[in-house]
Write a protein that binds this ligand. Structure first.
Ligand SMILES: N[C@@H](CCC[C@H](N)C(=O)O)C(=O)O
Length: 274
């Protein structure tokens, strides 16, 4: 099976083109390729395929084999893959995902015809979803973690996110606290967790614990959820740069239409065959 490894802000996945390859068990394949010692090494697996509703489809699996409904960083890589590998000449692409169609806008350098960045309409921020969280509208909700009260804000971007504003995120024991919150019974499908330090109204610094993959260098849906949580708790503007371990993402929330936009780059790492 041929694959390509790509990364966006350091969030790395193995991409398989279903126009050429067949994948029978994506959950097993994701666990196998993601292993950083015995596999290729990645945060998960992404499958690119045909679609009847949109132009193409994207399916994504975390490193533990669980399926994610949406992945902002992978969606940008898929845009670059589709354009640069010749599957489309379109610069506006409708990508069907488990959380609905997302619209991608590619910025292409006319000198070399390479995709420099991708802006995605990530759709609505959702504050209440009984499939994902047992308490509706958790804004600064006092969650008890390890005997300590920790105010959390829940935002779904099609997938669940718990956002925690705090200082000193560099020193945080994210393995311990991230995993504890991921598995809280409040979140029936587990949750992603973002730790945010507010630099100023338009700059946030973030570390992320991803459901099913552990700490990653970036999370696009997480950056969107964090900006929205920052706005509704009065901490930041509706447009901000989010600095992650692997790079910077630009996030904008059109509050009137409740549409969140994510912009950032995407890169090929290498091709391989297993
Ligand atoms: N890295 C992603 C999100 C991937 C899915 C997530 N771990 C989940 O299970 O919901 C992004 O860039 O959005």
């Amino acid at each position: 099976m041929k694959f390509e490894k790509m990364q966006a802000a350091g969030n790395d996945y193995i991409y398989v083109n279903l126009f050429e390859e067949q994948v029978d068990d994506p959950e097993v394949l994701s666990r196998r390729v993601s292993d950083r010692h015995f596999g290729v090494g990645s945060d998960g697996l992404v499958l690119i395929g045909p679609d009847e509703e949109g132009d193409f489809s994207m399916k994504m699996y975390n490193a533990d084999g669980s399926e994610g409904a949406m992945c902002g960083n992978a969606a940008r890589c898929v845009g670059k893959y589709l354009y640069e590998r010749g599957l489309t000449t379109k610069k506006e692409i409708a990508l069907n995902t488990k959380s609905g169609i997302k619209y991608l806008l590619l910025t292409v350098n006319p000198q070399n015809n390479k995709v420099e960045s991708v802006r995605i309409n990530m759709g609505k921020a959702i504050f209440s979803d009984s499939n994902l969280v047992t308490i509706p509208e958790m804004v600064n909700y006092p969650l008890s973690v390890n005997g300590k009260e920790c105010p959390i804000t829940f935002v779904s971007m099609g997938n669940p996110h718990v956002v925690i504003f705090m200082d000193g995120i560099d020193k945080l024991d994210i393995e311990k606290i991230g995993s504890l919150i991921e598995h809280q019974p409040l979140f029936p499908q587990r949750t992603n967790v973002e730790f945010i330090e507010v630099i100023d109204q338009s700059h946030l610094k973030m570390r992320v614990w991803e459901r099913g993959s552990g700490e990653t260098l970036a999370c696009g849906t997480g950056a969107c959820a964090s900006l929205v949580a920052g706005v509704i708790t009065g901490r930041c503007d509706t447009k901000a740069s989010v600095q992650l371990k692997g790079g910077v993402l630009e996030i904008e929330w059109d509050r009137d239409d409740n549409q969140v936009y994510l912009t950032g780059d995407a890169h090929f790492v290498f091709k391989g065959e297993i």
